[in-house]
Design a protein around this ligand. Structure first.
Ligand code: IPE
Ligand code: IPE
Ligand code: MG
Length: 249
């Protein structure tokens, strides 16, 4: 099926995932297969980023969250980190106008204070530049760790308790969710991981309680709109029960 046909099938199927999250994995292996350094894979991964942003926007998703750099990725060699940060900055500087033209708001999730100032400033500037856009939110998870996010949320709640603003008995799921970096976003409906790895790698642990998983062996630099559409079509065939029983039984 062509990309266009896949897109039409998704739209006619209704049930569009409101929020898609992607663990973009396999850049290093993609480069290795070509006898190139790992950063070559990161460079080519940018084509896939562009494709999924456009693809999600075209079928009407409200939010797309891309896992770009984990809290644990800081343990990688300094030279690789430097290239990743430079690529992020270039992506944002290049795509800023395109995002605004397509009415996409950029947001960053993670401990941004650890990010090099040049990359951080470019992101803050692009977030401001796209702040009034409302067709879709593009979340870049950078310096992101889900456990760190939960730690930050617990600290914020603790501060409110210490100042008497909050009673511990009033803490419910909603109060916790409000303190996460994803406050205001629906939980992901669909989580895609490329490169065949069957793990979560500290991504959105709280938010994926009832998310549908889709794992593909495609390496991230090869991932294109058609691959995204296949994942969404697969999602549309699933029956989500949220702990209940099938409506027909
Ligand atoms: C994903 O590709 C990109 C980041 C984690 C930043 P990897 O760099 O993890 O590629 P593999 O998993 O080693 O192939
Ligand atoms: C997860 O990929 C993080 C990102 C995609 C940014 P990793 O390649 O870092 O995950 P592990 O180490 O294989 O679990
Ligand atoms: Mg990896």
């Amino acid at each position: 099926m062509s990309e266009q046909q896949l897109k039409e099938q998704i739209i006619s199927g209704g049930n569009i995932p409101r929020h898609v999250a992607i663990i973009m994995d396999g850049n290093g292996r993609w480069a290795q297969e070509r006898g190139k350094p790992r950063v070559f894979g990161h460079q080519h991964g940018m084509h896939a980023v562009r494709a999924v942003v456009e693809g999600c926007r075209d079928v009407g998703c409200e939010a797309l969250t891309l896992y770009a750099f984990s809290e644990e990725n800081w343990k990688r060699p300094a030279a690789e980190i430097k290239v990743l940060m430079r690529l992020l900055r270039h992506y944002i500087e290049r795509e800023r106008n395109n995002l605004r033209e397509n009415d996409i708001r950029l947001q960053c999730l993670g401990r941004m204070e650890k990010v090099a100032p040049a990359a951080r400033e470019a992101m803050e500037e692009a977030m401001e530049y796209t702040s009034s856009c409302s067709s879709m939110v593009l979340n870049l998870a950078i310096s992101y760790g889900s456990r760190a996010e939960i730690v930050d949320a617990v600290r914020a709640l603790g501060r409110e308790i210490a100042t008497g603003k909050l009673d511990p008995g009033d803490i419910g799921e909603e109060q916790i969710a409000e303190k996460l970096y994803t406050d205001g976003l629906p939980d992901p409906d669909l989580l895609i991981r490329t490169s065949g790895e069957m793990r979560i790698s500290n991504f959105l642990l709280w938010q994926i309680a009832y998310t549908e998983f889709y794992i593909t062996s495609v390496l991230w630099p090869d991932f294109r709109k058609a691959d995204l559409y296949e994942a969404i079509l697969d999602f549309q065939k699933r029956e989500r029960r949220f702990g209940m029983v099938k409506s027909s039984v």
